[in-house]
Structures are given as structure tokens and as C-alpha cells.
Design a protein around this ligand. Structure first.
Ligand code: NAD
Ligand code: 0WE
Length: 266
């Protein structure tokens, strides 16, 4: 198929083999895209460079999205290697751990709220600003990762739910802003997956087990399934799709009650 042949993709958010961005990079590479990667800090540098080899990554650069300077330098360095970028993937989310454990009104703080929104939502438009010149007029695509907690409450997701709601509005405003220059903007809202970002969460195992039972497909989704949807949305096959939130959740968000079965199947 190779439906990303000739495309240059910048992927932000690879931290481990479990990362959703890892599944996305694998699918992009399989479909023929050229890959550039960033890493959040020196601690992740070696690991991301190692991953980069298997996808023949052309460029691997540092980028803490909390810093405008780092975003600017990252695009300055990228421009030395690539004269244009077709795809930017933003697979980044963060709130301080204490915000994600306990009663929402009790545990939410001004500073935690600020950080969650800065890292998880503002950084997406910050990447759009930084990459705009490189993407303009190329039928480009920007993609981010959201979660159902943007629309419905879940125990402990707390301020991340607000940050994802902001991120989803960001998708729509960015789509309106960048559409006239040919750039599409979408999100994949993924079902729960065990990644580093999920490993710190109390009773995540229980959530995965419950999710499996209530989901139409009766199983959790994988990073490869998210990667395949991301590859489609970032490709010319999706040339008419912008401003959308696409669910890769096994159908979970389409049901009000899931199943009444006591067993996981039938
Ligand atoms: P992950 O821990 O593998 O990825 C999170 C990434 O965010 C890491 O690569 C980390 O380095 C990066 N990051 C955090 N702060 C950063 C900063 N200041 N600067 C640069 N990078 C920073 O976990 P993941 O589950 O793959 O998360 C990726 C995205 O998917 C997140 O937006 C998350 O909210 C979303 N998501 C996750 C799930 C899930 O269940 N795992 C479900 C739906 C959506
Ligand atoms: O978006 C996410 C993960 C978000 C996340 C996770 C962490 C853990 C470590 C953001 N910041 C941090 N900060 C840390 O210090 N998901 C969709 C996965 C997730 O996280 C949850 C979930 C689900 C699902 C938290 C509570 C309840 C459900």
C-alpha cells in the first residue's frame, strides 16, 4: 500500500516501546513515510535514538514542549535537514501526579491546572506555530491524541479531562486557522492502553479489565490499531477530513451501558 510514500513526518511523544507514538511511528514507517523524532529530555535521548534506527529516522532532536525556545530551536534544526514537513504528530500529555488521584474538587490546584493545560493542550498549537512555515501549502496534517475523559467524567482523570476538552477545541480552532493553507488538523481519541503515562495510575488494571467487558469488541485496543488510524488520518486518503475527533476505542463511546453479561464473552 505505502500510502505515506514521500511524506515527511515529525513525531513528538515517543518515550518507550509501549508509547502510542511508537505504534504511530511503526505504522508511518511501514507505509513509507520519512520520520523525524523528538525526545523530552536527556534521560530519553539514548532510547529514542535507538528506536530511531529501526525507522531510519533522519533527524532526532530534543524538545521539551513546555519551552518556546526548545520548540523554536527544534524547528530551526529540522529545517536544516528538511525543506518542508507534511505531518506533525503530537502525542504528549501531562498533569502532576497528585492531580490524578482523588476527588476532583479536593485535589485540583491552580498550578496543576496550569501545567496540565500548558503541556497537554497549548503545546499542540505551539507546534503548529513553530511548524507553520514548513507545512504551508503541502496538504499537511496535524494529529493529536485525546481521551474520552474530555467529554465524560471518569474517576481520577480529573484536570486531564479539562485539558483534553481544551485540546479537542484546539483541534477545531487549528483546523479553521490552518485549513486555508492546506493543513488538516484532527485527533484520535484512543481507548485506555497500558503505557508509561498509564502506569502511574492507581487501579488502571481494573479500568482495563472493566473496559474490555463493556466494549462492543470485548477487548482493549492496541498502539498498532491507533497507529493505523493515525497513518490513515495523516495521509492523502483522509484529504477531506479536518477538525475531527476519531474514536479508536473498540466502540466503547457508542454505548450507554455496554454489556449486561457477567462473562467477558457472549
Ligand atoms: P507515554 O508516556 O508513552 O507518552 C507520553 C509522552 O509525553 C512521552 O513521550 C513524554 O516524554 C511526553 N511528554 C510529557 N511531557 C512532555 C514535555 N514537557 N515535553 C515533551 N514531551 C513531553 O504515554 P501515551 O499513553 O503514549 O501518551 C501519549 C498521548 O496519548 C497522550 O496525549 C495521552 O493523553 C494520550 N492517550 C493515552 C491513552 C492511554 O490510555 N494510554 C488513551 C488515550 C489518549
Ligand atoms: O491521558 C492519559 C494519561 C495522562 C497522564 C498520566 C500521568 C501519569 C504520571 C497525565 N499525566 C500523568 N502524570 C504522571 O505523573 N490517559 C488517557 C491514560 C489514563 O490516565 C488516567 C486514566 C487513563 C485512561 C488517569 C486516571 C483515570 C484514567
Amino acid at each position: 500500500m505505502s500510502f505515506l510514500q514521500g511524506k515527511r513526518a515529525l513525531i513528538v511523544g515517543v518515550a518507550s516501546k509501549l508509547s502510542i507514538a511508537y505504534g504511530i511511528a511503526s505504522a508511518f514507517h511501514r507505509e513509507g513515510a520519512e520520520i523525524a523524532l523528538t525526545y523530552q529530555n536527556e534521560k530519553l535521548k539514548k532510547r529514542v535514538e535507538e528506536f530511531g534506527k529501526q525507522w531510519d529516522a533522519k533527524v532526532i532532536l530534543p524538545c521539551d514542549v513546555a519551552s518556546d525556545d526548545e520548540i523554536t530551536s527544534m524547528f530551526t534544526e529540522l529545517e536544516k535537514v528538511w525543506d518542508g514537513v507534511d505531518i506533525i504528530v503530537h502525542s504528549v500529555g501531562y498533569a502532576p501526579a497528585n492531580e490524578l488521584d482523588g476527588n476532583y474538587v479536593d485535589v485540583t490546584t491552580r498550578e496543576g491546572f496550569r501545567i496540565a493545560h500548558d503541556i497537554s493542550s497549548y503545546s499542540f498549537v505551539a507546534l503548529a506555530k513553530g511548524g507553520r512555515k514548513l507545512m504551508r501549502g503541502r496538504n499537511g496534517s496535524m494529529l493529536t491524541l485525546s481521551y474520552l475523559g474530555a467529554e465524560k467524567t471518569l474517576p481520577n482523570y480529573n484536570v486531564m479531562g479539562l485539558a483534553k476538552a481544551s485540546l479537542e477545541a484546539n483541534v477545531r480552532y487549528m483546523a479553521a486557522s490552518l485549513g486555508p493553507e492546506g493543513t488538516r488538523v484532527n485527533a484520535v481519541s484512543a481507548g485506555p492502553i497500558r503505557t508509561l503515562a498509564a502506569s502511574g495510575i492507581k487501579s488502571f488494571r481494573k479500568m482495563l479489565a472493566e473496559n474490555e467487558k463493556r466494549t462492543p469488541l470485548r477487548r482493549n485496543v492496541t498502539i498498532d490499531e491507533v497507529g493505523n488510524a493515525a497513518a490513515f488520518l495523516s495521509s492523502d486518503l483522509a484529504s477531506g477530513i479536518s477538525g475531527q475527533i476519531v474514536y479508536v476505542d473498540g466502540g466503547f463511546c457508542s454505548t450507554a451501558m455496554g454489556s449486561l453479561d457477567s462473562e467477558t464473552t457472549e
